[in-house]
Ligand binder design. Structure first.
Ligand SMILES: Cc1cc2nc3c(=O)[nH]c(=O)nc-3n(C[C@H](O)[C@H](O)[C@H](O)COP(=O)(O)OP(=O)(O)OC[C@H]3O[C@@H](n4cnc5c(N)ncnc54)[C@H](O)[C@@H]3O)c2cc1C
Length: 247
């Protein structure tokens, strides 16, 4: 069991009323892009820790985490109040299997996320591996309102650096915009809008799909993918769908 180390908040961004990023200076062991660690605070003499994905690429300093303040949430209420200079506990290791090392070879990589579930995909996209392994990389991000489409700068950079190899498909479910699909990801997968917007077909022969975020999106998207003949990816039984649920 690893023990928490003390990190220091060196940057903070409040994207919306409830969405925050924290930059944290802490010594951590090498991890893989897509993995998570735990952040913790001492609350009423108890160390309360929860998992958070690294948004930064391995080797980048400071560490970065992107979280939503859950109404009534024990830890996130406090994380949201942290200021530059404050201490935060960090487990110095990466965990989890939402990594490209778990993903079999394919031509196209689909990264489908909701809300803060975009975080691990940003970490993956900041590394060289997806660009070396896949002809096309499609990142979908589903949110309720357009101002929740965080990290636009990063996404612009991926587009500038990788051109046609990269496609970003935003989803804004509760408002009409002139740039995003007004739908939920599984719905747009089933009716073909996601593929049309991406300019790529999603078939088992050439696709690997990674999913992260809201458990309902994960469940419904997995169902839609199974209907298309894709199957869950397991170490001893490789498939096409690799996922991580945030709750
Ligand atoms: C592997 C893993 C990685 C995770 N990475 C992140 C991350 O990078 N960013 C992040 O914001 N959260 C992430 N989470 C969720 C996070 O660990 C906490 O559950 C969340 O921050 C709530 O903590 P809390 O103590 O404030 O709420 P609690 O008092 O523990 O309440 C938990 C409840 O909050 C709700 N909830 C949890 N996470 C979310 C969420 N992201 N959006 C909306 N509702 C939620 C659920 O209803 C859950 O049952 C991750 C979870 C897992 C399992």
């Amino acid at each position: 069991m690893s023990k928490f180390v003390e990190g220091r908040v060196v940057g903070r961004r409040r994207w919306t009323e409830r969405l925050y990023s924290l930059q944290v200076d802490a010594e951590v062991a090498p991890f893989q892009a897509g993995q998570f660690t735990k952040l913790a605070l001492n609350i009423n003499n108890e160390v309360v820790g929860r998992p958070y994905s690294f948004v930064n690429a391995p080797g980048q300093n400071p560490l970065e985490f992107y979280f939503i303040q859950v109404p009534g949430g024990l830890l996130t209420q406090r994380l949201a109040m942290l200021a530059v200079g404050d201490a935060v506990l960090v487990l110095p290791n990466g965990f989890g299997f939402l990594t490209l090392s778990e993903v079999p070879e394919a031509r196209h990589l689909w990264l489908l996320s909701t809300g803060t579930g975009i975080g691990p995909f940003l970490s993956i996209l900041k590394t060289d591996e997806p660009w070396q392994r896949f002809d096309r990389v499609i990142l979908a991000h589903g949110v309720s309102h357009a101002d929740e489409l965080a990290y636009a700068d990063n996404i612009r950079e991926f587009t500038q650096q990788h051109g046609e190899q990269f496609r970003f498909v935003p989803f804004v479910s509760r408002a009409e915009t002139d740039f995003a699909l007004q739908a939920r990801i599984p719905e747009a997968l089933t009716d073909g809008r996601l593929e049309a917007k991406a300019g790529v077909t999603l078939i088992p022969e050439n696709s690997q799909v990674m999913l992260c975020g809201n458990p309902n999106m994960l469940r419904d998207t997995t169902e839609a993918l199974l209907v298309r003949g894709l199957k869950k990816n397991r170490r001893h039984d490789p498939g096409h769908i690799t996922l991580e649920s945030y709750w």
